[in-house]
Design a protein around this ligand. Structure first.
Ligand SMILES: [Zn+2]
Ligand SMILES: [Zn+2]
Ligand SMILES: [Zn+2]
Length: 322
């Protein structure tokens, strides 16, 4: 390496970007301009090779916003940050598959981490090990996936002058003359989308999907339990607890109040401390949960009968939802 390049050690160079079909566009002869160390990566901050291209007529120019290493770590597109296999926000994928977010979110470590991962990811290998994921989660992703390219996403941006009633370029204007719909995506930042947190779009999709699977959250906010049925005869309280925590990577063990296993009826109550966490679990398990080789059915628990002075424990099988 020439002496003048020493400062650049750890910066990223690449020959072709990692892109989803939509961002690449429908033009088979797409021409890309390439700028080495053109800007710093939106997630790890290292300078990287930036690509810019037009994905097809009537589209806006697109550009890569995160480096290739960061894209591979999360198996996402360098431009839209959606998962490459399912075309979904990372928050949905990671919720369904129970992936741990290993990429550091603090400014101090993220550059070092990306640099370190670069050596570990050979070729186009992704940093995710989908093989270990539970099959109910994969099934959920298949239902939610966008499989065809969605070129509408490549349209020009809405003209800000038009919105203010000030654009006089008429048909010549390269931007869209439309009223903006309040799009929650506009309020998101790259870091959140990449790490799959606080993603309003993902939350909405997960909420709708859980409801469509019969897991609409009950109105009674005191209900913080989920009921699992058709468990394997081999399941134990420990195996259930272990699997539950493994599949809910954002949940701390302390947020799980108790696991009550009723071996005789092959069912269990998963009691959470907070309603919010319980709702997240219901979304993650909308297609069921694989425990000890069985696909377990998940339902919301029911309200406790309020007339009982002796206070039926929350985990009593009497409170089971239908
Ligand atoms: Zn990066
Ligand atoms: Zn993309
Ligand atoms: Zn305009």
């Amino acid at each position: 390496m020439p002496a003048t390049d020493l400062n650049k050690s750890g910066w990223e160079q690449s020959d072709f970007p990692v892109l989803c079909e939509t961002c690449l566009g429908d033009n088979p002869f797409v021409r890309m301009s390439k700028q080495e160390f053109g800007r710093s990566c939106g997630t790890c901050a290292r300078p990287f090779t930036v690509f810019r291209w037009n994905p097809g007529s009537g589209s806006r120019y697109k550009t890569t916003v995160i480096c290739q290493t960061c894209a591979k770590i999360k198996n996402v597109c360098q431009t839209c940050l959606l998962d490459l296999e399912y075309g979904l926000p990372t928050q949905i994928r990671d919720t369904a598959l129970g992936f741990v977010n290993e990429a550091p979110t603090s400014d101090i470590n993220r550059e070092y981490y990306a640099q370190n991962m670069e050596g570990k990811l050979e070729g186009n290998k992704s940093g995710l090990d989908i093989g270990k994921a539970q099959s109910a989660g994969k099934e959920m992703l298949k239902q939610l996936a966008r499989t065809d390219p969605y070129y509408k996403r490549n349209r020009p941006k809405i003209c800000t002058f038009f919105v203010k009633g000030e654009c006089n370029r008429g048909a010549e204007c390269p931007y869209r003359h439309e009223k903006p719909v309040d799009n929650e995506l506009a309020h998101q930042n790259i870091q959140d989308r990449y790490h799959g947190r606080n993603d309003p779009v993902a939350r909405k999709i997960l909420t709708n999907h859980a409801e469509s699977q019969g897991l609409k959250p009950p109105e009674d906010q005191t209900i913080t339990s989920l009921f699992l049925s058709s468990l394997s005869p081999n399941s134990t309280e420990l195996s259930i607890r272990t699997r539950v925590l493994q599949s809910l990577t954002s949940v701390e063990p302390a947020q799980l109040k108790s696991v009550v296993h009723v071996a005789k009826s092959r069912c269990a109550f998963i009691n959470f401390k907070e309603r919010e966490i319980c709702e997240q679990a219901a979304q993650a398990w909308a297609n069921g949960l694989d425990i000890d080789g069985e696909r377990v059915t998940v339902k919301w628990g029911r309200s406790k009968p309020s007339n009982s002075a002796k206070a039926t424990p929350a985990a009593s099988p009497v409170t089971v939802g239908a």
